[in-house]
Design a protein around this ligand. Structure first.
Ligand code: 5GP
Length: 211
C-alpha cells in the first residue's frame, strides 16, 4: 500500500475527553504523531511548554501568522490557537499519521486546504456528562465553564461536516475504535493510487508476456 501518512483532525467539545483519548491512543499504538499547537492562552497547572502547547504572546503569535508558519489558526474563547507547519509536514512525509487536536473553525480550514484530511468529532454521550466533566476538572472559573458550554452548543452545529462521530463513553473502547477507523482509511482506493497503478501495469505486462 502507499506509504503516506494520513492527516487527521480530532475535534470535540472542551471536556469531551479528547485530550485523554489522544494520550491513550498514542500510548497504545506506534504510528501516530500528535501535533503540538501554539497558543496565547496561559498554561494550566501541570501543563508544560513544548509538551502541551508552545505558549506565545499575542505579538509572537501574530509574527508566526505573518511568516506563514501556521497551517491554520483560530480564535477560541479570547485566545489564538494555531498549528505549526514544519512538524506536520515532516511527520507526514516520514509515513506517520499526524493528529491535529483542534477546534472546528481550524478543522474546516485544514479540510479546505487538504481535502484528503480525515475529520473525527469526539462527543460525550450527553450534555449533562459534558458539564460534569468541565466542573470536575476544577481548573476553570464558572464564567469559563459557561463560555465553554456556550461554545459547545455552537460547535454542535458543525458536527455534520465531520467524517466520523466518536462517542466517548468507555475510553479504551473509544481508543480502539479510533484506531480501527484510521486503519480503514489507509485502505481507501483514493489513498492507494500508486499501488493501483503498479498492479495495473503489472497485469498488462503479464498479459503481454513480459513478466
Ligand atoms: P484548551 O484551551 O482547552 O487547551 O483548547 C481549547 C480549544 O482549542 C480546544 O477545542 C482545542 O482542540 C483547540 N485547539 C488547540 N490547538 C489548536 C490549534 O492549533 N488550532 C485550532 N484551530 N484549535 C486548537
Amino acid at each position: 500500500m502507499d506509504n503516506k501518512g494520513i492527516l487527521i483532525v480530532v475535534s470535540g467539545f472542551s471536556g469531551s475527553g479528547k485530550g485523554t483519548l489522544m494520550k491513550v491512543l498514542l500510548d497504545a499504538y506506534d504510528n501516530y504523531a500528535l501535533s503540538i499547537s501554539a497558543t496565547t492562552r496561559q498554561p494550566r497547572a501541570g501543563e508544560v511548554e513544548g509538551v502541551h502547547y508552545f505558549y506565545r504572546s499575542n505579538e509572537e503569535f501574530e509574527k508566526m501568522i505573518a511568516k506563514d508558519e501556521l497551517i491554520e489558526y483560530a480564535r477560541y474563547v479570547n485566545n489564538y490557537y494555531g498549528t505549526p507547519r514544519d512538524y506536520v509536514e515532516e511527520q507526514l512525509n516520514s509515513g506517520k499519521d499526524v493528529i491535529l487536536e483542534i477546534e472546528i473553525q481550524g478543522a474546516l480550514k485544514v479540510k479546505k486546504k487538504y481535502p484528503e484530511t480525515l475529520l473525527l468529532f469526539v462527543t460525550p454521550p450527553d450534555a449533562a456528562t459534558l458539564e460534569r466533566r468541565l466542573v470536575g476538572r476544577g481548573t476553570e472559573t464558572p464564567e469559563v465553564i459557561r463560555s465553554r458550554m456556550l461554545r459547545a452548543a455552537q460547535e454542535a452545529d458543525g458536527m455534520d461536516a465531520y467524517d466520523y462521530l466518536i462517542i466517548n463513553d468507555d475510553i479504551e473502547a473509544c481508543r480502539d475504535e479510533v484506531h480501527r477507523i484510521i486503519q480503514s482509511e489507509h485502505h481507501r482506493c483514493s489513498r492507494n493510487v500508486e499501488f493501483m497503478d503498479q498492479i495495473k501495469a503489472e497485469l498488462k505486462a503479464n498479459l503481454k508476456g513480459e513478466l
